[in-house]
Design a protein around this ligand. Structure first.
Ligand code: GLN
Ligand code: ZN
Length: 762
C-alpha cells in the first residue's frame, strides 16, 4: 500500500481534554500524575486513529505539554539561562514556568508560527548555550508507541529552522553581543546527533526532520549551513525525511537533494507548481512525500482528482511515493464527530483531522488496488463536492453583481487627508492629544455568564439586551468620569471580534467543537466562511446608537476589518482570498455607512491581523498588500470628509509595511507599541507617516499600572518623531482581558499624562 503518513496530529483532544487538564493542574486542582495520564491517553488515542486509517507509521513528538519548540529546546539543552534550570532534570512545573513566566522572570517570548495562528515559544540562545542535552521525553514517547506495538516516526524541527526561529538573548552582555546565531550551529548539531542516535538505538526507521524555513527567503549563509549540518546528522541505520511546508521550496530542491537524507516532503496544496523541480532533483533512491490533503483548511479534498493525478506519479516513483497532508494537522480541528449544531449541509462539505486521515486511507488504497476498489468512497466524495458547488447557499447573485460594480472611486475618500483633517477638526472639536481606547473593556465573568445563559435559552433576549445596555451605560459613565475624549461602548456583547460579525453575516457557519490550538492551553474556534458574504441587516447600529445616546461626547463605532475577518476564519478554497476579502469589505462598507447615517462621527475598523496575512515569500508581498489595502479602503471610503475613520493594528512589526499602512489612508491609526515603542515610532517618523496616529502608551498585556511620568515620557518621545498635532493618546490594545481596577487606574493616569502635555504645550 502506498505509504501514507501524517506530519503531525492535533494534540488538544476532540474535547480540548489537554486544555482542561493543563488548566486544572496550573490551578492546583489536580496532580502531575493526572495530567500525565491525560497526555498519555490523548497520544494513544491519536495514534490509534492513525492506525485505523492504515498509516504504517504514527507521528511521535508532535505532542507537547505547551509547545513543541519549547520541548525541543528542553531536549537539546537550550533553555534560557535566566531561569537557572537544568534541562536534564527539568520538571514539568519548571517547563511551565518557562512558558508562562514566574514572579522574578517573564515568560519566554511567544510568536506566530510562520503564517499560522499557532504560537511557538522563541528559543533564547546565548554564546554559552551548552546544547548538552536535556529531557528524554521524546524517547519516552517513542518507547510508549513501541510498547503499543506501533511503528513510531518521530517528528522533530530541524537544526536550521530551530536556529532561525531562535533569538539571541542578553545581546547586551559582551559575550552575546553581535553573536551570529550560525556560530552556534556546530554545537547545536551535536545535540541533534545524540537525539538521532538515541532514536536509532530504539529501532526507529524514519525520522521526519522539519525544515519549513526552506520556504522562506533565506539568506545565502543560512542556506550554505544546510550541507555541513546535515553531513553531521547522517546516522547509520536511520533514515531522515526532510519536510518543508507552507509554501514552495522548489528553489532549494537541488540543495536539498545533495543532503544525506533519504526523503523529502513537499506541500503541494500551497505550492503545486514545485513538483517538477523536486522530481528533477530527486536522487534515485529517495522518497518523495507529497502533501496533497490540505492541512491548513477544513474542506473535503477532491479525491478523484487527486487520485487521477497521483497515478502517473506512482507509476514513476513506485514505493518511493508517499502521501500525506500538506503539513501537520495541528492547524485543523480534530473531528466532525461531535458537530451537532453545525449546519448539516455545510458539515457534509468538511473534513477535519480525523476525516483527513480517512481521505489518506482512500487515496492510498486507490493507488494500491485501483480506483474501482474505492469506488464507493470516491462516489460519496464526488457527491459531497458536487453538492457544495451546486448549493444555492454558496453563490449569491446580489453579491456577485455588487462585486462587478466596484469602482476605483469606492476605494478612495472624497478628499485628501489634509482637507479631511480640517473638516474633522471643525466637526469633532477635540482637544489636542485626544484620549481614547481601542474598543473593549473588561469582559467580566458576569458578562460571559449572561451571554452563556442567553445562548442556553435560560435568559430571555430582552433580559440579555437589558444586561448589555446596563453594561454599556456603566462603561460610558466610567469613561466620562475618567475624562476620556472619544468614548467606546465597550464591546460587552461580543464574544469574539470575528465571530460576532460572522454570526450576523450570510455565508458563515459555526462549529461546536472546531477548536484549534493557538498557544499553550488556548484554543480558537475559527468560523467557517463557506459562501458569498452578505449583510442582511445592520449589525452594530442599534448598540452604537444607544451608547451615543448616553453621552455628549463622541462615541466611536467599532468594526472588524475585512482582512482580519478573512485571516481569522477558515475561508473558501473555491475562490481566491482577495475575492472573499472584497465581499467582506462590501458588508463592512454598508455597516460603516449605516453608522454614519445614525449620527456616529467616528468609526474604527480594526485590522489586527493585517500584517499576519503577509505571504512567506517577499516576492508575493506586493500582490497581497495591494488587495488587502484595496479591501480595507472599500470598507472605509464611503463616508463624508468629516467622518473620521480609525484603524487599529497590533501584535507585530510594522516597519517593513509602512507604505501599505499609509495607503490605507485611515484618518487615525492606533497601534501596539509596547514591545518596542521607539523602534516603531522611529519607523513611522522616518517614513513620515502622513495621518494621525495613536502609539499605544501602555501595554495592556500586563496588569501593571504605568505611571503618569512614564506615559508622559513616551508621548514626549513620540512627539519628537510625529508632530504633536497628529498624536492621539491611547492604550496599545483592547482591554477585554484586563480587570477593572487596573484598567481604571491606568486610564486615569493616561488621561493625566495627556492633560499635563496639553498644558505644557500651551
Ligand atoms: N476593538 C478590539 C478590542 O478592543 C480590538 C482587538 C484587537 O486589537 N485584537 O478588543
Ligand atoms: Zn490590538
Amino acid at each position: 500500500m502506498t505509504h501514507a503518513h501524517t506530519l503531525g496530529f492535533p494534540r488538544m483532544g476532540a474535547h480540548r481534554e489537554l486544555k482542561f487538564a493543563l488548566e486544572s493542574f496550573w490551578r492546583g486542582d489536580s496532580t502531575e500524575a493526572q495530567l500525565r495520564d491525560t497526555g498519555r491517553t490523548l497520544r494513544q488515542r491519536h495514534w490509534a486513529l492513525q492506525r485505523e486509517a492504515g498509516l504504517a507509521q504514527v507521528a511521535v513528538g508532535d505532542f507537547a505539554w505547551y509547545d513543541t519548540t519549547l520541548t525541543l529546546a528542553a531536549t537539546l539543552g537550550a533553555l534560557p539561562a535566566r531561569f537557572g534550570f537544568d534541562a536534564k532534570r527539568l520538571t514539568l512545573s519548571q517547563y511551565f514556568e518557562l512558558a508562562r513566566g514566574r514572579a522574578d522572570q517573564p515568560a519566554m517570548e511567544m510568536t506566530k508560527w510562520f503564517d499560522t495562528n499557532y504560537h511557538y515559544l522563541v528559543p533564547e540562545l546565548s554564546a554559552d548555550t551548552a546544547f548538552d542535552g536535556g529531557v528524554d521525553w521524546l524517547f519516552d514517547e517513542v518507547d510508549e508507541a513501541l510498547a503499543q506495538g506501533l511503528s513510531p516516526k518521530p517528528v522533530i524541527l530541524g537544526p536550521i529552522s530551530f536556529l532561525w526561529l531562535s533569538k539571541v538573548h542578553g545581546a547586551q552582555s559582551a559575550a552575546s553581543a553581535g553573536l551570529d546565531r550560525l556560530s552556534l550551529l556546530p554545537r547545536l548539531v551535536q545535540a541533534y546527533r545524540r537525539i538521532l542516535a538515541g532514536l536509532q538505538q530504539r529501532g526507529v526507521q524514519w525520522v521526519q526532520v522539519d525544515e519549513p524555513v526552506l520556504c522562506l527567503d533565506l539568506p545565502a549563509d543560512w542556506l550554505a549551513a544546510f550541507q555541513p549540518a546535515y553531513d553531521e546528522l547522517a546516522t547509520p541505520g536511520l533514515k531522515l525525511l526532510l519536510a518543508t511546508y507552507f509554501d514552495t521550496a522548489a528553489d532549494h530542491a537541488v540543495l536539498a537533494a545533495q543532503l544525506p537524507v533519504q526523503g523529502f516532503h513537499i506541500d503541494l496544496v500551497r505550492a503545486p507548481q514545485q513538483l517538477d523541480a523536486w522530481l528533477a532533483a530527486l536522487p534515485p533512491q529517495a522518497v518523495l512525500s507529497v502533501g496533497v490533503v490540505d492541512g491548513r483548511n477544513i474542506w473535503r479534498s477532491d479525491l478523484g482528482r487527486i487520485l487521477a493525478w497521483l497515478q502517473p506519479l506512482q507509476a514513476r516513483l513506485g514505493a518511493r511515493l508517499w502521501i500525506a497532508p500538506s503539513c501537520s494537522l495541528l492547524h485543523v480541528p480534530v473531528t466532525l464527530d461531535h458537530e451537532v449544531k453545525l449546519d448539516a449541509e455545510v458539515r457534509s462539505w468538511l473534513a477535519f483531522a480525523t476525516e483527513k486521515l480517512g481521505e489518506l486511507k482512500v487515496l492510498s488504497q486507490g493507488l494500491r488496488d485501483g480506483v474501482d476498489s474505492v469506488a464507493e468512497a470516491l462516489q460519496a466524495n464526488a457527491q459531497a463536492l458536487a453538492a457544495r458547488r451546486a448549493s444555492g447557499r454558496v453563490t449569491n447573485p446580489v453579491v456577485q453583481k455588487r462585486l462587478q460594480r466596484i469602482t476605483a472611486d469606492m476605494a478612495q475618500r472624497h478628499s485628501p487627508f489634509v482637507q479631511r483633517q480640517a473638516a474633522q477638526r471643525e466637526a469633532l472639536q477635540l482637544p489636542p492629544l485626544p484620549t481614547t481606547t481601542i474598543g473593549s473593556f473588561p469582559q467580566t465573568s458576569e458578562i460571559r455568564q449572561a451571554r452563556a445563559a442567553w445562548r442556553r435559552g435560560e435568559l430571555s433576549a430582552t433580559d440579555y439586551l437589558q444586561r448589555m445596555r446596563a453594561e454599556i451605560e456603566a462603561v460610558v459613565r466610567k469613561q466620562e468620569n475618567l475624562g476620556l475624549d472619544v468614548l467606546v461602548h465597550g464591546e460587552a456583547e461580543r464574544n469574539d471580534m470575528v465571530e460576532y460579525f460572522g454570526e450576523q453575516l450570510w455565508g458563515y457557519a459555526f462549529t461546536d467543537n472546531g477548536w484549534v490550538q493557538s498557544y499553550g492551553s488556548r484554543c480558537v474556534k475559527p468560523p467557517v466562511l463557506y459562501g458569498d458574504v452578505f449583510r442582511p441587516e445592520a449589525m452594530t447600529v442599534e448598540t452604537t446608537r444607544y451608547a451615543q445616546s448616553l453621552t455628549e461626547r463622541h462615541m466611536k463605532g467599532m468594526l472588524t476589518g475585512p482582512v482580519t475577518m478573512l485571516q481569522w476564519s477558515f475561508v473558501r478554497d473555491d475562490q481566491p482570498r482577495d475575492v472573499t476579502a472584497l465581499q467582506l469589505a462590501l458588508a463592512i462598507r454598508d455597516e460603516v455607512s449605516d453608522l454614519e447615517q445614525a449620527g456616529i462621527r467616528i468609526v474604527q475598523i480594526d485590522e489586527p491581523a493585517f500584517r499576519e496575512g503577509l505571504p512567506l515569500r517577499r516576492t508575493e508581498w506586493p500582490r497581497y498588500l495591494d488587495w488587502a489595502v484595496h479591501a480595507f479602503k472599500v470598507s472605509a471610503c464611503s463616508v463624508r470628509d468629516d467622518t473620521q475613520i480609525h484603524t487599529h493594528m497590533c501584535y507585530s512589526e510594522f516597519n517593513d509595511i509602512l507604505p501599505a499602512i499609509a495607503a490605507l489612508d485611515a484618518d487615525v491609526i492606533t497601534i501596539e507599541t509596547s514591545r518596542s515603542a521607539m523602534e516603531l515610532l522611529d519607523g513611522f517618523g522616518a517614513f513620515d507617516y502622513p495621518n494621525e496616529i495613536g502609539p499605544g502608551v501602555y501595554d495592556i498585556h500586563s496588569p501593571r499600572v504605568p505611571s503618569v511620568d512614564a506615559m508622559v515620557r513616551l508621548l514626549q518621545r513620540a512627539a519628537e518623531v510625529i508632530p504633536a498635532e497628529r498624536l492621539w493618546v491611547n492604550p496599545d490594545c483592547g482591554l477585554k482581558t484586563r480587570g477593572w481596577p487596573e484598567t481604571e487606574a491606568a486610564l486615569g493616569n493616561m488621561v493625566q499624562a495627556a492633560q499635563r502635555l496639553r498644558q505644557a504645550g500651551r
